[in-house]
Design a binder for this molecule. Structure first.
Ligand SMILES: Nc1ncnc2c1ncn2[C@@H]1O[C@H](COP(=O)(O)OP(=O)(O)OP(=O)(O)O)[C@@H](O)[C@H]1O
Ligand SMILES: [Mg+2]
Length: 264
């Protein structure tokens, strides 16, 4: 595969929700090209449509009231909707904003990761799966493997839970990993550790990493390119270095002014 091939191509995408019977787009006419191996950030304030965009890509918009109203999403050359059931959790994985709502409270952490392997690899033996879980736990910094494996989610710290979810997301060697505000709710020190972990995993596993964040400084520090979202629209999309040296949209300029003020 050539270096510059787009792994994800989003074209004219609108997606949103029915609220009281009325449909409203939360993402409006979005265009994005993401290159294989790149770290891409989606930046924007709360409610700007970042998670809706991610969920549209993952085929996880709520069945009862969510829909894609327009446009296309391609994973390499495939229309993603035709392959997503097969590739979700395998070729493309997501780590969500809120680990509490994603981990099953009555199943031990290790078992949950075990099942994520089992479902996509029916030919592996129990021992092989267990070994893979162990390797991955260690890779994501859960070195106290036995204890974490046998803990229920409520017995783990926020950072540990997030690492379990990261293990679950990367254990089947995905090509794309989407991290949707993976550090919200964690203290600043752990936030940094988790972001560094994503970067380390990206190198080790050759991931294409999509980081969703409200913090433009995270985009600057970690991403090659970034899209800025405002009210469902992508208002600016370019290499991160250019975003900072030459912001064009008023909203981007405003975000950068705030960052500068905060750092004074
Ligand atoms: N399940 C839902 N049903 C109806 N409306 C929704 C639903 N989920 C999100 N929305 C609406 O869609 C818009 C975009 O929300 P979204 O969650 O995509 O924003 P976001 O950028 O991820 O925000 P945050 O930074 O707070 O996570 C918001 O106006 C929100 O109220
Ligand atoms: Mg969100």
């Amino acid at each position: 595969m050539s270096e510059n091939k787009y792994i994800l191509n989003i074209s004219g995408l609108s997606a949103g929700y029915f609220i009281n019977g009325e449909y409203c787009d939360a993402v409006k006419n979005a265009n994005l090209n993401i290159k294989e191996g790149e770290t891409f950030a989606v930046v924007g304030q709360s409610g700007s449509g970042k998670s809706t965009l991610a969920m549209a890509v993952m085929g996880l918009l709520p069945i009862d009231n969510g829909k894609i109203s327009k446009g296309t999403i391609k994973f390499y050359d495939d229309e993603i909707s035709s392959v997503i059931e097969k590739i979700r959790g395998k070729e493309i994985a997501i780590v969500l904003q809120d680990p509490h709502s994603y981990l099953n409270p009555v199943l031990k952490a290790g078992r949950q990761v075990y099942e994520a392997v089992e479902i996509h690899n029916p030919n592996l033996t129990k021992e092989e799966i267990y070994e893979r879980v162990k390797d991955t736990f260690i890779k994501v910094g859960l070195v106290d493997f036995e204890r974490i494996y046998n803990s229920f989610p409520h017995q783990l710290s926020g950072g540990q839970k997030q690492r379990v979810l990261i293990a679950m997301a990367v254990i089947n060697n995905p090509k794309i990993l989407i991290a949707d505000e993976p550090t919200s709710g964690l203290d600043v020190h752990i936030q940094k550790q988790i972001l560094e972990l994503f970067l380390e995993l990206k190198q080790k596993l050759n991931l294409t990493l999509i980081i969703i964040t409200h913090n433009i400084l995270i985009a600057k520090k970690y991403a090659d390119a970034a899209a800025v979202m405002l009210n469902g629209e992508i208002v600016e999309n370019k290499k991160t270095a250019n975003l900072f040296s030459n912001p064009e949209h008023e909203y981007t300029k405003m975000l950068l002014r705030h960052v500068k003020l905060d750092n004074k």
